[in-house]
Design a protein around this ligand. Structure first.
Ligand code: UD1
Length: 417
């Protein structure tokens, strides 16, 4: 297992580029299989989750190769409609292929999804919606078998604005005859990016980014070229790193419009944040102020994905901060590791109370999941001495070579196998 070794106490100073968004590119790669031409995906981040998605594409019979920062996917020779157990187990978000495979083949077989263990993460909303679109679904031996009996458009109301379910419905419905609507749809920027890509392929989707999406079915989709949006969670993680170290950072290509809730929290902590010639710049205050209560919510609320990195930062704020995790029931696994580093955090169910400011000290800790691992990196920058973070393969799922990014800004960080 790989680990990071980070020396605390250095200021993060410099300029970095925003990487492409993981959560945008994954459903977009799934969408490519609905065309029979070549797709050019620019600004595609080089991540473990992307590598695994490429494995899924190849397993289905697609050609997928990087040419610099552009991933070319050609689905002309696609032949399979099954995602085997070993691939599904590695990455829960492969569930996003379900809608696309059904759209292309009228049938799909996938094993029940795996991925980061951050709660139960059911897929009932995905399956109920696909059934409404005329798909017959049976489950046996850990596999989901789907056969589209007929193509029926539907008016689908989601009980919760699930990101994955909204994407799966968009994928399945864009080649379903008639008009499908999604009410209480997820409004995340990544949904907007998927809608943009599908429309470039020839789909007719309106309202992506609002809570009502309308999809008029078309018969054919074509290969398309698309540039992935910047990763708002990764950008906010590096802003938190800069703050934890008391430094100054500029991020080229970040989109602050998608980061409202996160930037507002950082400003409440005392950061000065502004845009300067397409760069997002953060200046750390001398002292960080406590942030009161933060509740994770669907977009445009405060994202669950940044809860743990910001909790690490909250250990450096004067006074108490409260985090309420409303999206995933098991997303406080980083707290134990932060406590090992000297943080004062108490959790009770979905609530965590952080009392600051704590003098963190370097320790040997382990990433419990993707964002929990990022949180430990934030804490390591604020800590005195050396922190070793084990299990950083989790971090590699969503952060492009974090060690290069941090060391380019003066942080002493090494990767050890
Ligand atoms: C996506 C993101 C993930 C982010 C999450 C919430 C990707 C690849 N992942 O995950 O990084 O943390 O959105 O912003 O884009 N739920 C159900 N039934 C369902 C589906 C979801 O009960 O059928 C529940 C989940 O258990 C969870 C909540 O809805 O409590 C949110 O899940 P969802 O929005 O679907 O997240 P993902 O698409 O899995």
């Amino acid at each position: 297992m790989s680990r990071f070794i980070i020396e605390g106490g250095r200021k993060m100073e410099g300029e970095i580029n925003a990487q492409g968004s993981k959560n945008a590119v994954l459903p977009i790669l799934a969408a490519t299989i609905m065309s029979d031409g070549k797709n050019m995906i620019y600004n595609c981040p080089r991540l473990r989750d992307v590598d695994m998605t490429i494995e899924v594409l190849k397993n289905l019979g697609c050609r997928a190769d990087f040419d610099g920062g552009c991933l070319e996917v050609d689905a002309s020779d696609i032949s399979g409609y099954t995602i085997p157990d070993e691939l599904m187990r590695q990455m829960r978000s492969s569930i996003i292929f379900l809608g696309a495979i059904i759209a292309r083949f009228g049938r799909a077989e996938i094993s029940m999804p795996g991925g980061c263990e951050i709660g139960i993460r059911p897929i009932d909303l995905h399956l109920a919606a696909l059934e409404k679109l005329g798909v017959d679904i049976t489950e046996s031996h850990g596999f989901i078998h789907c056969v589209r009996k007929k193509q029926i458009p539907a008016d689908i109301h989601l009980d919760f604005p699930s990101v994955g379910a909204t994407e799966n419905i968009m994928l399945a419905a864009c080649m379903t005859d008639g008009i499908t609507t999604i009410d209480n749809a997820a409004r995340e920027p990544e949904i907007v990016d998927l809608g943009r890509f599908l429309n470039r392929m020839g789909a007719k989707i309106k309202g992506a980014g609002t809570d009502r999406i309308t999809i008029s079915g078309v018969h054919k989709l074509y290969g398309a070229a698309h540039t992935i949006i910047p990763d708002r969670i990764v950008c906010a993680t590096y802003l938190a790193c800069a703050m934890a170290s008391g430094g100054t950072l500029a991020i080229k290509g970040a989109n602050p419009k998608d980061m409202g809730a996160m930037l507002s929290v950082l400003r409440n902590m005392g950061a000065e944040i502004y845009e300067d010639r397409k760069k997002l710049v953060i200046l750390s205050p001398k002292k960080l102020k406590s942030i009161g209560t933060i509740k994770t919510m669907p977009y445009p609320g405060f994202p669950t994905d940044i809860q743990s990195p910001f909790m690490a930062l909250a250990t450096q704020c004067d006074g108490s901060s409260v985090f309420v995790e409303n999206i995933f029931e098991n997303r406080f696994r980083h707290t134990e590791e932060l406590v090992r580093m000297g943080a004062d955090i108490k959790t009770d169910g979905r609530v965590a109370v952080v009392i600051g400011k704590s003098a963190l000290t370097g320790a040997r800790v382990a990433a419990p999941d993707l964002r929990g691992g990022a949180a430990l990196a934030v804490a390591a920058l604020a800590a005195e001495g050396r922190t070793e973070i084990d299990n950083i393969t989790y971090v590699d799922r969503g952060y492009e070579a974090m060690e290069n990014v941090l060391s380019s800004c003066g942080i002493e960080i090494k990767r050890r196998e």
